[in-house]
Design a protein around this ligand. Structure first.
Ligand code: EPZ
Length: 427
């Protein structure tokens, strides 16, 4: 096991390139299964989750190799339509392979993804949408079995919730189906648009991605394609929080400022000054932050749930009281007890967290409980007096490409160390 040890009270400054988006890389890696052609993907972050997706591709019979931040795939020789339990367990979001495998094989089999630290993560919207496209689905012994003996056909699908994963699975299943598919109340996240841009580049016909209604015309012929994955807007917001809590002055390079529109007003409200142009963003933080006020997490273009833990870390050391309402996941406050160990003043009632800013946080031994909560503990530690440890950093490594290197490059003192202490609950 490993931990990060963070020396606090160091002002961050300088500039840094933002990594490619984890949540765009995963559906696009799955999408390479659909085309049967070869693809070159640039700006693909080196993460546990993207490595897991590459392992799945190779298991299915695709050739997928990584060269730095470029992944080269060729799905011409796809041999398998099942994902074994040991690969599904590595990454629950492998469910996004379902639609892609169905497009190629008209059948698919994988373990039910199950829940995770932030919630139950049901897939009812995925399955009901695939059924509308002509797929028969059954679940037994923790496995999902899908087949479409007559092939997949277009349909009109209304999502009761703009689920990101369900929208991605519909697009991946409809892109080679017979006829037209219309998705009403589709997710509007930038990662949906990036997936559509990739597939359209391969020869698909997807219109309206990024809006609430997406129309997919099924196609049969696809081409080789080269694509650059969009920057990671959540990592960008994590770096903005890191600058904000240290009174820092940093510039993010190769960032899409449009994708950050839902979060930027809260940094300005906290007294930060922002200088934006197309793909760079500079943040100059005040010595003492003001409260970011009331934050409600919502589907895009609302405030992203993945940035909730980060903005909470910022609120813990801002003047005044902030209120956070988590509307997307039912247990996404596991970072709260860990922040309280560092001296934060937070009370939680159901989905509402009230954060009373303190003058300074102090060092503590903390545990990452999930990816975004863990990253938030590291950012809070940057503002704490003394040395803070964040344990269980395998959660953080799922989505942050060496967070310690990013923060060190900006003047932070963050070290990755072996964690020899017994984990809580270990006998
Ligand atoms: C994606 O998860 C992201 N993961 C999540 O990021 C992100 O938090 C989430 O979208 C929301 O933006 C990836 O892209 C790999 P949803 P996803 O389906 O697709 C309910 C991170 O830290 N729901 O939009 O699973 C669900 O319970 C991760 O990078 C159903 O009820 O999110 C939740 O309450 C965490 N039935 C809400 O919708 C379904 O069939 C949002 O889920 C599907 C979802």
């Amino acid at each position: 096991m490993e931990k990060l040890v963070i020396e606090g009270m160091r002002r961050l400054e300088g500039d840094i390139k933002v990594q490619g988006s984890k949540n765009s890389s995963l559906p696009i890696l799955a999408a390479t299964v659909v085309t049967g052609k070869s693809c070159i993907l640039h700006n693909c972050p080196v993460l546990c989750d993207t490595s897991a997706a590459i392992r799945i591709l190779n298991y299915l019979g695709c050739k997928a190799v990584r060269a730095g931040h470029t992944v080269i795939t060729d799905s011409g020789d796809l041999k398998r339509y099942d994902i074994p339990d040991f690969l599904m367990r590595e990454m629950r979001s492998s469910i996004v392979f379902l639609g892609a495998i169905l497009s190629r094989f008209k059948k698919a089999e994988m373990s039910s993804p199950g829940g995770c630290e932030i919630g139950l993560r049901p897939i009812d919207l995925h399955l009901s949408s695939l059924q509308a496209l002509g797929v028969r689905t059954t679940e037994s012994d923790g496995r999902i079995y899908c087949d479409a003996p007559d092939g997949l056909h277009g349909a009109k699908i209304t999502l009761s919730f703009p689920s990101v994963g369900a929208t991605e699975n519909i697009i991946l299943a409809a892109v080679a189906a017979k006829g037209t598919t219309t998705v009403i109340n589709a997710a509007r996240e930038p990662e949906i648009s990036d997936l559509a841009d990739f597939l359209n580049g391969c020869g698909a016909d997807i219109k309206g991605a990024g809006g609430g209604t997406v129309v997919i015309e099924g196609k049969q012929d696809f081409f080789d394609y080269e694509h650059t994955i969009i920057p990671d807007r959540i990592i960008a917001s994590t770096l903005l929080v890191s600058a904000a809590v240290t009174g820092g002055d940093i510039t993010l390079n190769s960032v899409n400022t449009e994708h950050l529109m839902p979060v930027l007003p809260y940094f300005e409200k906290s007294g930060c000054v922002l200088f934006t142009n197309k793909d760079t963003l500079r943040i100059k933080a005040p010595r003492r932050l003001l409260s970011p006020g009331l934050i409600r997490t919502m589907p895009y273009p609302g405030f992203p749930t993945d940035s909730q833990a980060g903005i909470m870390a910022m609120a813990t050391c801002a003047g005044g009281t902030s209120v956070i309402i988590e509307n997307i996941f039912e247990s996404r406050y596991k970072h709260v007890p860990e922040l309280i160990r560092m001296g934060a003043k937070i009370t939680v009632q159901n989905t509402v967290a009230v954060v009373e800013g303190v003058s300074a946080l102090h060092s503590a031994v903390t545990q990452a409980t999930d990816l975004r909560g863990g990253a938030a503990l590291v950012t809070a530690a940057l503002a704490a007096e003394g040395k803070t440890s964040v344990r269980n950093i395998r959660h953080i490594d799922r989505g942050c490409e060496r967070l310690e290197d990013m923060l060190t490059q900006l003047g932070g003192k963050v070290k990755r160390e072996k964690d020899t202490q017994k984990q809580s609950g270990e006998d």
